[in-house]
Design a protein around this ligand. Structure first.
Ligand code: BDR
Ligand code: CA
Length: 310
């Protein structure tokens, strides 16, 4: 039986690769894709998610639009990384598949109530606004969530959007606080691990050799790589969001620790910081499995093998 997941996303080229990896993998059943404002405004993320489904030949996937702004703050976007469309690279046709009529938050609530308790995994790879809104609106769903496997936060690598904070958490820290305090079984892919999942020329050329889907993926990574290579002086760019899906497919690619993680919501200086008790220096109860390392060669091998199926 495939594992049932809902991907909550703000595509974003790395989100797009995560969606492709999930759609290419028979171990996973994508119940729906819920879009949120983040890398670019909601109107664009809801278009981009459908473009990606169509690229994968999957017009049957249900795509929902959700919250268009964070719970308590103005939206911060990241066109400087992802381009004006959020999906700059090879131009994909405007999607023909419809956006679902229901709001993403209602879809999350209805699905979690309809499916067996514990049987649905949420995979948030953007700001946590939709997930937190669903938890606030329908507290009964919290106990029904099997697991949340999210991309967000940082500890050793500290921030990418401020010196202290990672983008997804920084954009909506109040939402992140709700999710991290929810008591749901959390798996967290912070920058500490995604910055070890770097693109390299041979890895990108392996994508490009796959045909249409691989060429598009290579054009995406070529686009956002420039920004990260300039910023970090690294060999390539981190492919953040697909780490979540790879975890679901093969957790042996990763190592981490079960620790306490709290979200800073008040300090101007460190807003959105994931205060991760990696060394166990407090008595705060662990609330997350915080991933720290990845076998990047095996990760890229898995990704390439799966993209080849599309
Ligand atoms: C996260 O922020 C976004 O720009 C990426 O899509 C990823 O989810 C990395 O900080
Ligand atoms: Ca994202």
């Amino acid at each position: 039986m495939p594992r049932k997941i809902i991907i909550d996303t703000d595509p974003g080229q790395d989100d797009a690769v995560a969606i492709l990896l999930a759609l290419a993998s028979p171990e996973l059943e994508v119940l729906g894709i819920t879009c949120v404002a983040g890398n670019v405004p909601l109107a664009l993320t809801a278009i981009n998610a459908r473009k990606v489904c169509e690229l994968a030949g999957r017009r049957d996937v249900k795509v929902f639009a959700g919250c268009d702004r964070p719970l308590a703050r103005a939206l911060v976007t990241a066109e400087y990384v992802h381009g004006k469309t959020g999906l700059d690279g090879i131009d994909l046709p405007a999607p023909e598949m419809p956006l679902q009529k229901a709001h993403a938050v209602d879809f999350l609530i209805d699905t979690l109530r309809a499916e067996a308790p514990g049987s649905v995994t949420l995979v948030p790879i953007g700001p946590l606004t939709n997930i937190a809104t669903a938890m606030r609106k329908a507290p009964d769903i919290v106990a029904r969530i099997g697991q949340i496997v999210l991309m967000g936060g940082a500890y050793f690598e500290v921030g990418n959007v401020t010196p202290a904070a990672e983008f997804n958490i920084y954009v909506d820290p109040e939402a992140a606080e709700i999710v991290f305090k929810s008591g749901v079984d959390l798996v967290v892919m912070p920058l500490d691990v995604t910055h070890k999942a770097l693109t390299t020329r041979p890895r990108i050329e392996a994508f490009r050799a796959l045909g249409r889907v691989g060429e598009v993926v290579a054009s995406w990574t070529d686009f956002f790589e420039r920004f990260d290579m300039e910023k970090y002086g690294s060999e390539g760019a981190p492919l953040h969001d697909p780490c979540t899906i790879a975890w679901l497919l093969d957790p042996s690619l990763f190592t981490g620790r079960r620790i306490n993680v709290e979200i800073e919501t008040r300090s101007e200086l460190t807003l959105g910081m994931t205060v991760a008790d990696w060394w166990g220096v407090t008595t705060r109860a662990p609330n997350a499995y915080f991933v720290g390392d990845i076998d990047a060669d095996r990760f890229y091998a898995l990704l390439t093998e799966r993209l080849a199926r599309l």
